[in-house]
Design a protein around this ligand. Structure first.
Ligand code: GDP
Ligand code: MG
Length: 438
């Protein structure tokens, strides 16, 4: 897919201006990329129209070629739909009069209970006290599941195995949370395989009974278009305040995110990226945009054409790397930044522990090689180096005109960087704060 897009973009490169003729082919490819990423077709249509309008007649700036302008417009439009550039983070509205009440809603298996635990963990890390409520009373196993999560987290769980009244449990739990001065109350609810009236009634009545600050709709990204329709029904009934998109670690390319956001008009707040309690991230429109298009690399190219990177960007990147570890995409970005900044020092000194690391000479030739190798990886491989088995390495070496030893060298380099990062994190006692003086 990336190859297809790249071909289109290089055709555009030779033009001086974007016009009706040369944009159509490019738009066709973008449309296909979006549909492949499981974006709702209505959303795709609106999207394509917006991009066409913005792109046509756009003056091509000196430093940017038409293909770069076009990609930038596509990317910006995606970011816009997903929440906008100014979107800093997915804030949960905290009630000035605690507890802040958060209610989970969604289909069975969408990840409500898991996400309730992840949210509890998220707040506990901020030294907030949390009470989890077992509102799924129909399956004893559901109560067990939440209690297990509670034990793992060291978080109190409110449950009543005798009760047949989920609304009353929620009310009682709220009273209990007030009495025990909890900061956050997270109510897990029952889900069914399909939307049914009794279930919706119960959730609506629970909502009325506890007047939550947040109603978070939990959607399984793997279910694609189904998730969109369900989200719309839930939102019509419940007026959700935000969305949690789970199972983003799967094959889903984020198309569901774009569609759900556009169809419900509600902000995406978190994404689930695995079964573990820590595999949970705040949602960022720009990251999701590049994930959807699978061309974060091209966007970086465009950015490179713009003015030189400011110190702030490097700092932000350093913080991100310290927090999540590096993948090949970060590596590519980092190499580009280094190249542009002209020296290793300027970026390395921002990252404690990396200052004394030998990354080897980064001359043009080597940089091109590195770039070629990373470009020959699929998006998944770039994000998860562990996927690189012997066959994949062979394919990558062939695709990039290098050999397996070169690929191995790059993999080792990434591993080494991550090892450093881990050591440094330990040194800092798990804090993400960077100390440039170190
Ligand atoms: P619920 O029925 O809505 O409460 O869903 P659960 O929280 O019980 O989750 C259903 C299944 O999805 C469980 O096996 C979870 O471990 C799994 N799950 C939940 N969130 C994620 C996620 O972000 N990634 C992955 N891979 N699995 C998840
Ligand atoms: Mg559950």
């Amino acid at each position: 897919l990336n190859d297809k897009l790249n071909a289109v973009f290089s055709k555009l490169k030779k033009q001086v201006r974007i016009d009706d003729e040369n944009i159509n082919e490019a738009l066709k490819q973008v449309r296909m990329a979006l549909l492949e990423a499981d974006v709702n077709f209505k959303v795709v249509k609106t999207f394509i129209n917006n991009v066409r309008e913005k792109a046509l007649g756009e003056e091509v700036r000196k430093s940017l070629t038409p293909d770069q302008v076009f990609i930038k417009i596509v990317n910006d439009e995606l970011v816009d739909i997903l929440g906008g550039k100014d979107y800093k983070e997915a804030k949960i509205k905290l009630n000035s009069n605690p507890p802040t009440v958060i209610m989970m809603a969604g289909l069975q298996g969408s990840g409500k209970t898991t996400s309730a635990g992840k949210l509890a963990n998220f707040f506990m890390k901020q030294s907030k006290s949390v009470l989890l409520v077992a509102g799924d009373i129909y399956r004893p196993a559901a109560i067990d599941q939440l209690e297990t999560l509670g034990r793992q987290l060291g978080c109190d769980v409110y449950s009543d195995r005798e009760s047949k009244d989920a609304v009353k449990i929620a009310k009682d739990a709220l009273a209990h949370a007030k009495k025990t001065a909890k900061d956050i109350l997270i109510i897990d609810t029952a889900g069914r395989l399909h939307i049914d009236e009794n279930l919706m009634n119960e959730i609506v009545r629970t909502k009325e009974a506890v007047n939550p600050d947040e109603v978070l709709f939990v959607a399984d990204a793997m279910t694609g278009q189904d998730a969109v329709n369900v989200a719309k029904s839930f939102n019509d009934m419940l007026d959700a305040t935000g969305i949690i998109l789970t199972k983003m670690d799967g094959d889903a390319r984020g198309g569901a995110a774009l569609s759900i956001k556009e169809v419900t008009g509600k902000p995406l707040k978190f994404i689930g990226t695995g079964e573990k309690l820590t595999e949970f991230e705040q949602f960022y429109p720009d990251r999701m945009a590049s994930r959807i298009l699978g061309m974060g690399d091209i966007v970086t190219l465009v950015e490179r054409a713009q003015e030189s990177i400011e110190e702030g960007d490097a700092e932000e990147m350093a913080a991100k790397m310290a927090k999540h570890g590096l993948d090949f995409e970060d590596m590519l970005k980092q190499f580009r930044m280094i190249k542009k900044m002209g020296s290793l020092d300027s970026i390395m000194r921002l990252i404690p522990g990396l200052g004394n690391m030998n990354m080897g000479e980064i001359d043009d030739r080597q940089f091109k090689k590195t770039e070629a190798i990373i470009f020959s990886m699929t998006l998944k491989e770039r994000r998860n180096g562990k996927l690189l088995n012997a066959n994949r390495k062979k394919r990558i070496a062939r695709g990039s005109g290098t050999n397996v030893a070169d690929v191995n060298r790059l993999v080792n380099q990434l591993n080494q960087m991550n090892k450093m990062m881990k050591q440094m994190k330990k040194k800092l006692g798990g804090s993400n704060k960077l100390n440039p003086a170190m």
